[in-house]
Write a protein that binds this ligand. Structure first.
Ligand code: BV8
Length: 264
């Protein structure tokens, strides 16, 4: 569990950011949804996909070589995310957003759980599993069309191409506007909070370095060290996000209430 002395320093850094009306930028990965019951990418695949690596399925080549299997994989993931609930880590980020006027939440996750928890400003670097489009011309395809379709994958109603999830596969560009906004937020961050990412996938993993070079303080929450910890992290809070984030957020709230009280 997090070292209490380091937790105090992290709260102090958040206080200073708040008092200076600085910008708080949060980067989340699959670990923030772990306590919602959503396996991370590092977790082994199970069931029909036990013999496949997520990195191989989440590619255009993977989809083209076995469209039905990859389609069913996303269908399975979408249904399990639909059954899941945001966890205390997601809710603590909603509370933090209400405390910092300059707040940006950048997520690598496609599970929509930040939005379901109530986060307002969410930059989805890798898309959203509840959005679909056609493989050839990116025609948006509504979810209820999918519900009626027997085909797996379904066909685009406009050009008849296969339908695919509106997510960024490995080897595909990230949505340029979203990525630009994420780079801009990181480059102007007073404090960056990294939650639940292995820091392996680029270009998302380069955002903390950008913030650091711009002079930001960097706090990380993760049960294990990540690829980022030794290079850019000032305060490493070891533990599960659903425990550590609410602790960090409530410690900050206590400090702010005490400060209010001392001002009479
Ligand atoms: C691109 C959507 C270029 C799909 C995803 C530079 C250097 C090296 C490699 C590259 C590079 N540039 C590009 C690459 C290649 C590649 C890449 O990064 N490969 C890696 C594997 C080496 N990147 C790309 O292909 C990207 N595209 O750069 O295009 C380009 C340029 C021009 C023209 C064309 C192309 C696209 C990357 C996006 C891929 N799509 N998702 C889908 O989900 O199906 S990425 C996917 O994997 C997830 O979205 C997520 O981002 C990533 C997994 O990372 P994490 O979120 O960190 O999850 P992970 O499981 O790894 O770790 C979980 C962490 O949680 C762990 O640290 C664990 O300890 C922690 N944890 C566990 N429990 C808890 C916890 N934390 C807190 N609380 C807990 N309870």
């Amino acid at each position: 569990m997090p070292d209490l002395a380091i937790l105090d320093k992290a709260v102090e850094a958040l206080m200073q950011c708040h008092q200076a009306q600085g910008s708080l930028v949060v980067l989340t990965g699959a670990g923030v949804s772990k306590e919602s019951g959503i396996p991370t990418f590092r977790d082994a695949q199970t069931g029909l996909w036990a013999n496949y690596k997520a990195e191989d399925l989440a590619t255009r080549e993977g989809f083209l070589s076995n469209p039905a299997m990859v389609w069913d994989w996303y269908d399975f993931r979408r249904n399990s995310v639909w059954q899941a609930e945001p966890n205390p880590a997601h809710h603590a980020l909603v509370d933090l957003e209400s405390l910092f006027p300059a707040f940006t939440l950048i997520t690598q996750n496609i599970d929509n759980l930040h939005q379901r928890a109530g986060s307002q400003c969410v930059l989805e670097l890798h898309g959203n599993i509840f959005r679909y489009k056609c493989l050839e011309r990116n025609h948006p395809v509504s979810l209820d069309l999918l519900a009626d379709s027997e085909a797996s994958p379904p066909h685009c109603p406009v050009c008849n191409a296969w339908v695919r999830p509106d997510v960024v596969w490995f080897g595909e560009m990230l949505p340029p506007k979203v990525l630009d906004r994420a780079f801009d937020a990181a480059a102007h961050a007073t404090l960056m909070l990294i939650v639940g990412t292995s820091g392996v996938v680029h270009p998302a993993a380069s955002l903390p370095q950008l913030a650091k070079e711009a002079g930001a303080t960097v706090i990380e929450i993760n049960p294990e060290l990540s690829a980022l910890t030794p290079f850019v992290v000032d305060y490493f809070l070891q533990g599960p996000a659903a425990m550590v984030l609410p602790e960090l957020q409530s410690a900050l709230t206590r400090r702010l209430v005490a400060l209010e009280g001392s001002h009479g």
